[in-house]
Design a protein around this ligand. Structure first.
Ligand SMILES: C[S@@+](CC[C@H](N)C(=O)[O-])C[C@H]1O[C@@H](n2cnc3c(N)ncnc32)[C@H](O)[C@@H]1O
Length: 274
């Protein structure tokens, strides 16, 4: 197993480190037959997309049963393992980060097994973006806005980055770690669609930095939400301030900025308020 430096851990690290021993390490586990059976039943016409194909543990037997598979993985070492095992099964391999992968076709089945989603480095990208923004935000007056408290991890990071600064937080219902709950007078509870405009009326366009992490895995719902979320946040955003969003938001006076160094394209969306 290859050595790796924890600080350099990225989307490729797991696969590159495990490629040589992955299949052996799983020898004691039950085989993928039940997964393959299940996927085979779900499959319709067209190709299947395997996100985090690894060594092809699932993709190869599924393809052997007549389902053409496109297998995506960040790790070239993992993809080499698949190539070495293929015996004519219809598996096409793509070396890409599935976090930002935009295939040019529709699939009849998309699956992600073996907990590969847990390896998405989105929290790291978020931290990298916030750390990158700190010097610019330090130059501005005005509070920070955090939309979606969740488990409070980002709020905690913001407190560390900007000590002594007001941080207003929006959350439908608080379920964060007890140490990461903002004071009552900095917390806007309830539906964001109602609470953000309310805060806009109360605070005005003052925020130096707005971070929003509201979206879900439902792309259509995110697009619909973006229609009201952008304008609602704009009412809180100070001129010259910064917006960091987990989804694209179209607001006329915001200019999209390039991703900070090391942050994969379209993982996060950074805007400067004009
Ligand atoms: C635990 S293995 C699972 C492999 C396979 N799905 C299985 O069930 O045996 C996770 C795989 O996901 C890949 N992976 C992790 N993050 C990824 C990302 N952001 N984009 C593409 N592949 C990724 C790793 O390289 C690794 O091959």
């Amino acid at each position: 197993m290859a050595e790796y430096d924890e600080k350099q851990y990225d989307e490729k690290t797991y696969g590159d480190a495990w490629a040589d021993i992955y299949d052996d390490a799983l020898l004691g586990w039950s085989g993928p037959e039940r997964i393959v059976d299940f996927l085979h039943k779900l499959h319709g016409h067209g190709r299947a997309l395997d996100l985090g194909v690894g060594t092809g543990r699932v993709a190869i037997p599924l393809a052997a049963r007549g389902v053409p598979v496109v297998g995506v993985d960040t790790s070239a070492a993992m993809l080499d393992r698949v190539r070495g095992k293929l015996a004519g099964e219809p598996v096409e391999l793509v070396e890409a980060d599935f976090g930002g992968y935009a295939p040019g076709e529709k699939f009849s089945l998309i699956y992600c097994v073996g907990q590969s989603f847990l390896q998405l480095q989105t929290p790291q990208a978020q931290r990298d973006c916030l750390n990158f923004l700190k010097p610019a935000v330090d130059l501005l007056a005005g509070p920070i806005v955090e939309v979606g408290l969740g488990n409070g991890r980002t709020y905690d990071h913001l407190r560390d980055l900007f000590p002594g600064r007001d941080i207003y937080v929006f959350e439908r219902k608080v379920a964060a770690h007890p140490d990461c709950i903002p004071p009552d007078d900095r917390l806007f509870l309830g539906e964001a669609r109602e609470s953000i405009p309310r805060a806009g009326r109360q605070l005005g366009a003052v925020a130096a930095l707005i971070h929003t992490d509201l979206g879900t895995g439902d792309h259509a719902a995110n697009v619909a939400m973006g229609q009201w979320l952008g304008p609602a946040l704009d009412a809180l955003a100070a001129k010259g301030g910064w917006i960091l969003a987990n989804q694209p938001l179209a607001v006329a006076r915001w200019q999209r900025q390039p991703e900070p160094p090391g942050v994969p394209k379209d993982r996060y969306f950074l805007y400067k308020v004009g």
